[in-house]
Design a protein around this ligand. Structure first.
Ligand SMILES: NC(=O)c1ccc[n+]([C@@H]2O[C@H](COP(=O)([O-])OP(=O)(O)OC[C@H]3O[C@@H](n4cnc5c(N)ncnc54)[C@H](OP(=O)(O)O)[C@@H]3O)[C@@H](O)[C@H]2O)c1
Length: 326
């Protein structure tokens, strides 16, 4: 089959279209003929050599696909049959014509979406839904969502609004602020300025009940200072580094919580449960139009390098997918 491989860790030019062996579906797995593969920031880190796949996973980049079931592993108990359209969460392998994944990580395609649109919806939805559950967000609370115009933010903002939260989001430019507001953000704050002060003022000094953080170390101090009493923060991205100093007294005095999760490294049972929740609770929101699909930019599989360049440039709004076959 054709797949994108990494010649050597480095820039987007290192992504090349190659011939590799077809994967075969093992017991408990299905093989999917890929229509579209979502492009995620983690893919850039993997290309650069900083984010190796979990043990046993394909070393081909790609954490989510849409496509058609092509084979079911021997002895696998599933209602899926060859020819069924699916959306799937992967531990790797998406930038390819064929990919295998556990049956539990497959979900039906939301009604009304074509397979190209569906290629970029699973990873963000699964990440946001599982993290919102992890930090127990409630209607009426205020959440700070960093990076509101990115792939994660473009789902997290409307989903948080759907759940009845007040949303404050950080963004990097005026067009991205406009995008975040269109998605429902009550306030979009430019992260180039004193965003923490703006958030503090917008909450009358109380701070926020929840934070979805993608920056990590660089924002730790400001994020902790912004947590209200009983506030909860989940760190899902480390774009601003991994190591910082934490004054535990600030957590202690306001009974605040910090957690961090990585979807890719969760065990199969957790991923299965998350995918089921996403299919049951999020797909109907796309189907009814209660939550808009993120703006989508599509590249052919062979242009994976150009897709990575666009994501790294910071110019993109929403999601990027690679179209493997139309
Ligand atoms: N832990 C997990 O399971 C998991 C799963 C999926 C994604 N993630 C992480 O979530 C993050 C977002 O992923 P993505 O796919 O949405 O990537 P993306 O589409 O490339 O978005 C990156 C976002 O980072 C924002 N950003 C850049 N510098 C910033 C700063 N100084 N302050 C605030 N925001 C800043 C960008 O804002 P502008 O565009 O406005 O500049 C953009 O919204 C990545 O770090 C990714 O690794 C984690």
């Amino acid at each position: 089959m054709k797949a994108i491989t990494v010649r050597q860790p480095g820039g987007p030019d290192e992504l090349v279209l190659s011939d590799v062996a077809d994967p075969s579906a093992e017991p408990g797995q299905v093989r999917i003929a890929v229509t579209a593969a979502g492009v995620n920031r983690a893919d850039i880190l993997q290309r650069q050599g900083f984010y190796p796949p979990p043990r046993g996973a394909s070393d081909i980049i790609g954490l989510e696909v849409s496509g058609i079931v092509d084979a079911v592993g021997p002895g696998t108990t599933t209602t899926l049959r060859p020819g069924d359209p699916v959306v799937a969460l992967l531990a790797g392998g998406g930038y390819a014509e064929l990919v295998v994944t556990p049956v539990g990580q497959c979900a039906p395609v939301p009604q009304g979406l074509d397979l190209v649109q569906a290629g970029g919806i699973m990873e963000t939805a699964a990440t946001v839904v599982s993290n919102f559950a992890h930090i127990h967000v409630h209607a009426g609370e205020t959440i700070l969502i960093h990076g509101g115009a990115g792939g994660i933010g473009s789902f997290a903002i409307p989903y948080a609004k759907h759940l009845g939260l007040r949303v404050i989001s950080t963004v990097g430019s005026a067009p991205k602020a406009e995008h975040a507001r269109t998605l429902g953000a009550d306030l979009a704050v430019d992260y180039h300025g004193d965003w923490a002060d703006e958030v503090r003022q917008a909450t009358a000094g109380k701070g926020v009940d929840a934070i979805l953080d993608i920056i990590g170390a660089r924002y730790l101090d400001a994020n902790v200072s912004l947590l209200a009493r009983g506030g909860r923060m989940t760190v899902i991205g480390l774009q601003g580094g991994t190591k910082a100093t934490l004054d535990l007294n600030r957590l202690l005095t306001k009974a605040a919580t910090i957690t961090a999760t990585s979807l890719r490294f969760r065990p199969l049972e957790e991923k299965t449960a998350i995918v089921r929740t996403v299919a049951d609770e999020v797909w109907p929101l796309f189907e009814s139009g209660a939550i808009p699909l993120p703006p989508l930019t599509a590249f052919p599989l062979a242009e994976a390098g150009a897709a990575h360049e666009l994501l790294e440039s910071g110019r993109n709004i929403g999601k990027i997918v690679l179209v493997v076959r139309s």
